[in-house]
Design a protein around this ligand. Structure first.
Ligand SMILES: O=C(CO)COP(=O)(O)O
Length: 253
């Protein structure tokens, strides 16, 4: 059975006190809502990872993810954070290929394949983000585009390795815009991506991989999105910064 996952990507938000307050509120509120098949992943700015880990210590369904990792293992790369460093503080997940990193930091499918490799080699599961722009949705084979992101960054992996990857479909036109994909639009893509994974790794493996939806998810839109058969939870941005709203999204999963 694949896991239901709700992840909150805080992006570059919150100072320390606010990050701690949000985490404490979430742990208190979500306490009764989690069951054994679920996982809540908080993705704070890297500077707070160790602190947030302490605040979730007694909340077994919570974990943290880094928002980024270097493709290099060590050396003269000022400002970067390496997979062995994340591993050394017990981080189990990392976002790889968020569209903001692709767009503002020029991350390519080939670079992301390297980031996936270094993460897996250090026991960290990549949450691999993919998704098309509005222009691509309107003018191109948008499903083919997203499938290609997955082939180019993930299809060198073995079946055993791909089982450690979580996929997050985040259409760029829905990120931070208030324009959520409908559950039909999201389900269409998720089913296509699962089919793509099945073509490469077989149905049994594809059925074990969690595919999350991200893009303006709110407590109002989550129940319908999460009830679609191939949507296994969400990667939430803005709404993950508010404890009540995010808790209600967790409840919807
Ligand atoms: O980019 C996202 C999560 O990674 C989605 O952000 P929003 O939920 O703010 O649209």
């Amino acid at each position: 059975m694949r896991k239901k996952i709700v992840a909150g990507n805080w992006k570059m938000n919150k100072v320390l006190d606010e990050a701690i307050a949000l985490t404490s509120e979430l742990v208190n509120m979500a306490h009764d809502e989690v069951t054994n098949d679920a996982e809540i992943i908080l993705c704070p700015p890297a500077i707070y990872l160790s602190t947030i880990q302490k605040y979730i210590e007694n909340a077994p369904h919570f974990s943290v993810a880094a928002q980024n990792v270097s493709d290099k293992l060590s050396g003269a790369f000022t400002g970067e954070i390496a997979a062995p460093m994340l591993q050394s503080i017990g981080v189990k997940y990392v976002l790889v290929g968020h569209s903001e990193r692709r767009q503002y930091f020029g991350e390519t499918n080939a670079l992301l394949a390297e980031k996936v490799n270094v993460s897996l080699a250090h026991g960290i599961s990549p949450i691999f983000c993919c998704g098309e722009s509005l222009d691509q949705r309107q003018n191109e084979d948008y499903i083919g585009f997203v499938k290609n992101q997955i082939s180019e960054s993930l299809f060198h992996l073995s079946a055993e390795q791909i089982l450690s990857v979580i996929i997050a479909y985040e259409p760029i036109w829905a990120i931070g815009t208030g324009l959520t994909a409908t559950s039909e639009q999201a389900q269409e893509m998720h089913a296509a991506l699962r089919g793509h994974l099945a073509g490469k790794y077989g149905e049994e493996v594809a059925n074990e991989i969690s595919i999350l939806y991200g893009g303006s998810v709110t407590a109002a839109s989550a129940p319908e999105l999460f009830s679609a058969p191939d949507i296994d939870g969400g990667l939430v941005g803005g709404a993950s910064l508010k404890s009540r709203e995010f808790t209600n999204i967790i409840k919807a999963r």
